[in-house]
Design a protein around this ligand. Structure first.
Ligand SMILES: [Zn+2]
Length: 262
């Protein structure tokens, strides 16, 4: 058993402050469940440094560098510019570039212009290095399609992380050769739109993610989400597709290895 959580944030400082749970324990429990690889999502330079130190201690943690739309929204154009320079230096060793994208919910929407610019610049960097992209797209489907069609994607492809939309939206991304990564949102009882989409999306396009410490499945018993929650997502996916959960875990992990050349 050697399954992959394709997107988490184990360098998130909240793991240090979670009462009674150490990150070592979180990782050990995930490994006991058969999850052997934890691919990260990049937020900004401070997070990249924390990811790198963690990866030195835990070889199962795979760092990923990028400028998250949240980080972009909290910084100036000059700060973003400097961070892009650092990012460009890191591309050679990265397995993927991201998170990058657009988040047009109300606290971030007023930075739409800067988000767009930094998204486009990161797409250019990823294309130049031919590394897969990790896309964070929230309430920005049409805008994102416009940017992706205009700028193009690396041949190495990429994936939409934490996908939570309809089959039509998934098809728009798959037609651009993007994979679809699904997390805890699939396990919400009333999330029929995503469940119907996942039932139809071919298995070769699907990936499993925890996005821990965020986005726990419904009734998750701990304050923070942990990578082992992908087992619940796999179970739900298997039920929707009428196959065994082990097959979902095996196939999505194979997809992840192929996409990120792991
Ligand atoms: Zn994330």
């Amino acid at each position: 058993m050697s399954f992959i959580d394709i997107h988490s944030h184990l360098a998130d400082p909240r793991f240090d402050s979670e009462p009674d749970v150490r990150l070592e324990q979180v990782i050990a429990e995930a490994k006991q469940s058969g999850i052997s690889t934890f691919v990260q999502g990049g937020v900004g330079p401070e997070d990249w440094a924390r990811q790198e130190s963690l990866a030195k201690i835990h070889s199962e943690i795979i760092p990923v560098f990028g400028l998250h739309p949240y980080w972009v929204s909290a910084h100036t154009a000059d700060e973003c510019e400097q961070a892009l320079d650092v990012l460009a230096q890191k591309l050679k060793t990265a397995v993927a570039v991201g998170e990058m994208g657009l988040d047009l919910r109300s606290p971030y929407k007023n930075c739409e212009g800067l988000q767009l610019e930094i998204f486009e610049r990161q797409l250019e960097l990823a294309k130049f290095a031919n590394k897969p992209v990790v896309l964070h797209l929230v309430r920005a489907h049409e805008e994102a399609l416009r940017v992706l069609n205009l700028f193009g994607l690396p041949d190495a492809g990429g994936f939409v992380h934490s996908f939570n939309g309809s089959l039509k939206k998934a098809n728009d991304f798959m037609s651009l050769n993007l994979s679809i990564s699904v997390g805890g949102a699939l396990c919400r009882g009333n999330n029929k739109v995503l469940q119907q989409a996942v039932a139809q999306i071919p298995l070769e396009y699907l990936l499993l993610e925890s996005d821990s410490p965020d986005q726990p499945p419904e009734n998750w018993p701990m304050p923070l989400n942990h990578p082992k929650s992908i087992l619940l997502v796999a179970e739900k996916m298997a039920q929707l597709k009428g196959i065994k959960s082990r097959e979902v875990l095996d196939r999505t992990s194979q997809n992840a290895r192929k996409l990120l050349a792991l």
